[in-house]
Ligand binder design. Structure first.
Ligand code: ADP
Ligand code: MG
Length: 277
């Protein structure tokens, strides 16, 4: 089957005030299959957000092509269909909430899609259930915690019945418990609802459970593979200023000191099994 997201040799340059230009995407190609969970990492300015905005047509390639579920993002007639298929969640939950009551906030998207009112009710309840927020349906969004607000933003996207959700550092402003809530929600949507996930993050631990990790550097994709394969390249990642998950780092340091660590553990449990077989 054709990949649900096809990014083909995409270039994008920003024009600065003084006539200087920044190449944000420098020939990026990436195919993502339906149902995949892809984590995108890379330090500040490597082009992650620019890439994310290309996937739902918020930005258009200067050259190259982005095809989402068979639809070319440069086709103006398809842009609303593309945004319905590929929803986006941003870093700051406060900027994404539009209504004063939780359920009204979730209804906003489907209302704009002209979904019939009786179906909206169903979609809102389903979406709130999926993010485990049904009990807050009548609450005021500004009283929620950061993690709850971000789950509400995700519910607003779910109510539009997307097949893809792109999350651009959705946990960056959250405390550890909020981060965990959001990550559990995103994994649930991927595993139970089959939604394709593109998760941009600077927390390496969040990339461990992805099917695939894509590493960006200066507008290019420089690594692409399963988490275990990516995070075994500790010195390469460090060279471009990235961390690795704690356990991967521990394994690397122990190996360097001559400890017989076999395999490439990523979780505490895996490490324990290696050290105490
Ligand atoms: P990331 O999300 O990985 O931090 P971005 O996609 O935001 O990277 O940015 C990629 C490059 O484009 C950076 O060099 C950044 O400074 C530049 N850039 C991003 N947005 C703009 C903009 N609106 N105007 C000019 N340059 C920008
Ligand atoms: Mg960014």
């Amino acid at each position: 089957m054709e990949p649900i997201i096809q990014i083909k040799d995409v270039y994008y340059r920003y024009a600065g005030n003084e006539g200087e230009e920044t190449t944000a995407l420098d020939g990026v190609s990436l195919d993502i299959r339906k149902g995949e969970f892809v984590a995108v990492i890379g330090h500040n300015g490597s082009g992650k957000s620019t890439l994310a905005k290309h996937i739902n047509g918020l930005m258009l390639p200067m050259s190259g092509q982005v095809i989402v579920k068979g639809m070319d993002t440069r086709d103006e007639n398809l842009i609303w269909d593309i945004r319905q298929v590929a929803g986006m969640v941003f870093q700051n939950p406060d900027n994404q909430l539009v209504a004063t009551i939780v359920e009204e906030d979730v209804a906003f998207g489907p209302e704009n899609l002209a979904v019939p009112p009786e179906q909206i009710r169903l979609r809102v309840d389903d979406a709130l259930k999926a993010v485990k927020m049904l009990q807050f349906a009548k609450s005021a969004p500004h009283l929620l915690s950061g993690g709850q607000k971000q789950r509400l933003a995700i519910a607003g996207i779910i109510a539009m019945r997307p097949e893809i959700i792109i999350l651009d550092e959705p946990t960056a402003m959250l405390d550890p418990s909020g981060r965990k809530e959001v990550m559990d929600t995103v994994h649930y949507l991927n595993e139970e609802e089959g939604i394709t996930i593109v998760h941009i993050t600077h927390f390496m631990e969040e990339a461990i459970r992805a099917h695939r990790v894509v590493v960006m550097e200066e507008g290019r994709i420089i690594m692409d593979g399963p988490p275990r394969e990516i995070f075994r390249q500790v010195s390469e990642l460090r060279e471009i200023g990235l961390d690795v998950p704690q356990i991967a780092e521990l394994a690397y340091e122990l190996k360097k000191e001559g400890f017989p660590i076999t395999g490439d553990p990523l979780s505490t449990e895996e490490m324990v099994n290696i050290l105490c077989p």
